[in-house]
Design a binder for this molecule. Structure first.
Ligand code: C2E
Ligand code: CA
Ligand code: CA
Length: 640
């Protein structure tokens, strides 16, 4: 030991010292892991300095004395084993587990904390852990301690794996990398005692400092407040600890308008000012920038009673003006929502949905004032989330069903085509109507994948039942405007058709214009490529207010599907009947094929045939049915 080269240790001391300076220079991050990281730095610093001290003492042991050296070495060895323990504790904190509070982990951590201290005190007399004559020798006690180190690190690793959802992918990789370093270091330490270990540990700490503890990662650059990603981490840990807390969400009204009319610089200044104001409350709270013009103030559960007071203060502040650049001032209102957790949300995802829902309502009906979540009914949001989850699950488990509703041809006096309609069944929720889950899937983007699965199933069905040998010439498939907005939609359709040897003429795509997504260049391009390929198009829900004549003239539809409602109205109201007759006449003149939907009785069948509809679809003929039932129906031609 006396002849060790200490260069690596000196380098480690400098590295840790720099990290300590950076640590205190940056803002404090209010997370347990951040505080524990400081402990890692302190323990590493102590281990390294004690190693240097012990080496100096060993060189001059004759003057200093063996007892003094033994005492320093005992302290050093004890700390050496507290290093892995602190590190494991830190990893568990990242996984939102408090090892000293957890019922299972607590005894293990207490034993692993006490053992190095106890062993090294006893070592002063019995030399269980190490001996020092002219050199440092590990004894069996040291191996027990190394074994314990391996156990705590292994446990931390397992816990991290179990809680892997708590880590984002990018941050997990450097963590795993550093973990390998630590395991390797333990072996190096145990087998061939090399004083490079401290520098290695310092480098591991540096990696962690950069990837995990970097305050820049959790700060919003513009306002200097904590960012949304950190809010997720902060609140996930609060939910894991079962802590209660309140959230005051503040959304500036008309911020986009201010940005446009007063300029981006003024908009930025305004955000900074609002951030500064909200961050300055004396009630213990943490501020986060949640969205462009939204802030969330998270208030500790002990001060729940102060939530309405703070919210009222914020509202009052927004009655007064805010300073902008060049002495200008502006007044704007803010919509404020107040939530209490766990009452209003039991997880971070639930909280985000609840915030979204509450703010949606606040902006609509209580703009500029305070909305309390306790006054809102979250049943609808929860139900929608349950349906979304069920749709995702059905996709993953490949349990989405496609039913077929035959379409009757007036001229052929029998079925000639069919519409594919998606069906979703959930064990708890029962059958869920596509009218409910399709709009949700459109909102969260799932419709793109879902649409492909549906088309895939339809093509597989056409292929397996040899559709060209039946009376059914083509199958109409509903396509959402969101799907048409995907640049590769046409080529995806083509490849699915080719996969099952389906001719383009066997597929007709139904499109409904929606107010939100009008035809864009991408939509036009997809439609052009699909029709060029040979697929025909239907304009769905014509007359419902969504699809109109203008749309009809712009795109190459060959079929128009009259909405159920205008058919039903025409039987109740004379004026509606006249306008239906004229619509059908006009569509005939435009040489378009007409499908009437919602045909529920004989009388409708006769009348709609007489006024010039070419195809009829409705419960009078058949509801949408599973594949085998559909095949039976078309083979028997049970047409009335
Ligand atoms: P839609 O495209 O207008 O489909 C026709 C709807 O009317 C179907 O409802 C069908 O079951 C129902 N229907 C047919 N004949 C009658 C009748 O005589 N009386 C009554 N009362 N209803 C009749 P469904 O299956 O519940 O679908 C609702 C909507 O969900 C569809 O309206 C369509 O917009 C959407 N949808 C269904 N399947 C898909 C799909 O695979 N993809 C997409 N993107 N949307 C789909
Ligand atoms: Ca349709
Ligand atoms: Ca329709």
């Amino acid at each position: 030991m006396a002849n060790w080269n200490l260069s690596f240790d000196f380098a480690a001391v400098m590295l840790i010292a720099i990290m300590l300076v950076f640590f205190f220079d940056e803002r404090m991050v209010p997370m347990r892991s951040h505080r524990v990281f400081l402990w890692i730095l302190i323990v590493s610093m102590l281990i390294t300095t004690l190693e240097i001290l012990a080496t100096f003492m060993a060189r001059h042991v004759d003057i200093i004395g063996y007892n003094e050296l033994n005492a320093v070495l005992s302290l050093y060895t004890a700390l050496l084993h507290l290093g892995p323990l602190t590190f494991s504790y830190y990893l568990l904190c990242l996984a939102h587990v408090d090892a000293f509070r957890d019922k299972v982990l607590r005894p293990l951590f207490i034993v692993c904390f006490a053992a190095p201290l106890l062993f090294n005190i006893i070592n002063l007399k019995f030399h269980w852990v190490f001996t020092f004559d002219t050199a440092y020798h590990s004894s069996y006690g040291a191996f027990i301690l190394y074994f314990m180190d391996a156990i705590v690190i292994g446990v931390a690793f397992l816990a991290m794996y179990r809680e892997k959802r708590a880590f984002s992918f990018l941050r997990l990789r450097p963590l795993l990398f550093t973990l390998l370093f630590v395991i390797a270091s333990c072996f190096v330490q145990a087998l061939a005692y090399i004083p490079m270990l401290n520098l290695m540990s310092a480098m591991v700490t540096l990696t962690l400092f950069h990837y995990q503890q970097n305050a820049g990662h959790v700060t919003d650059m513009l306002t200097g407040q904590f960012n949304r990603r950190f809010m997720g981490e902060f609140l996930n840990s609060k939910f894991s600890d079962h802590s209660s807390f309140g959230v005051i969400m503040v959304a500036m009204d008309n911020f986009k308008y201010i940005n446009k009319s007063c300029g981006v610089d003024n908009g930025d200044e305004l955000l900074r000012q609002v951030g500064l104001y909200l961050g300055g409350f004396r009630t213990p709270s943490q501020l986060f920038r949640f969205g462009l013009d939204q802030f969330c103030l998270v208030v500790d559960g002990r001060y729940m009673a102060r939530l309405p007071i703070v919210a009222e203060q914020v509202r009052e502040r927004f009655r007064h003006s805010w300073a902008m650049l060049e002495n200008a001032r502006i007044t704007m209102s803010a919509s404020i929502c107040v939530l209490e957790c766990p009452r209003d949300a039991q997880s971070y995802d639930e909280l985000v949905d609840a915030l979204d829902y509450s703010m949606g309502i606040a902006k609509k009906v209580k703009r500029g004032s305070i909305t309390y979540a306790s006054e809102l009914d979250f049943t609808k949001v929860r139900q929608e989330k349950a349906i979304e989850k069920s749709a995702k699950l059905a996709m993953d488990k490949r349990e989405l069903l496609v039913y077929y509703q035959p379409i009757y041809s007036v001229q052929a006096q029998g079925y000639n085509s069919a519409e594919a309609l998606v069906r979703l069944h959930d064990e708890e929720l029962g059958w869920i109507s596509p009218e409910i889950f399709i709009p949700l899937a459109e909102k969260n983007g799932l419709i793109v994948e879902m649409g492909e699965v549906i088309l895939d199933k339809v093509c597989a069905f056409i292929h397996s039942c040899n559709l060209s040998d039946t009376v059914i010439k083509y199958i109409e498939v509903n396509v959402s405007p969101v799907q048409l907005m995907q640049a590769n939609f046409a080529s995806r359709v083509k490849s699915i058709l080719e996969k099952y040897d389906v001719r383009p003429q066997q597929i007709n795509i139904e499109i409904t214009e929606t107010a939100t997504i009008g035809p864009s260049p991408v939509v036009y391009d997809n439609i052009y490529r699909l029709t060029e390929y040979g697929i025909t198009l239907s304009l769905d829900d014509f007359g419902s207010g969504n699809a109109n004549v203008e749309y009809l003239n712009r795109l190459p539809f060959t079929i128009v599907k009259l909405d159920k409602q205008i058919i039903w109205d025409s039987f109740k109201d004379r004026r509606a009947k006249i306008s239906l007759e004229h619509t059908v006449a006009m569509l005939n003149e435009l040489e378009l094929s007409i499908v009437a939907e919602g045909v529920e009785d004989e009388q409708s069948k006769t009348l709609l045939s007489e006024i010039g509809c070419h195809f009829l679809q409705g419960w009078y003929f058949s509801k949408a049915v599973p594949e085998d039932e559909f095949l039976r129906a078309i083979s028997m031609q049970e047409v009335k």
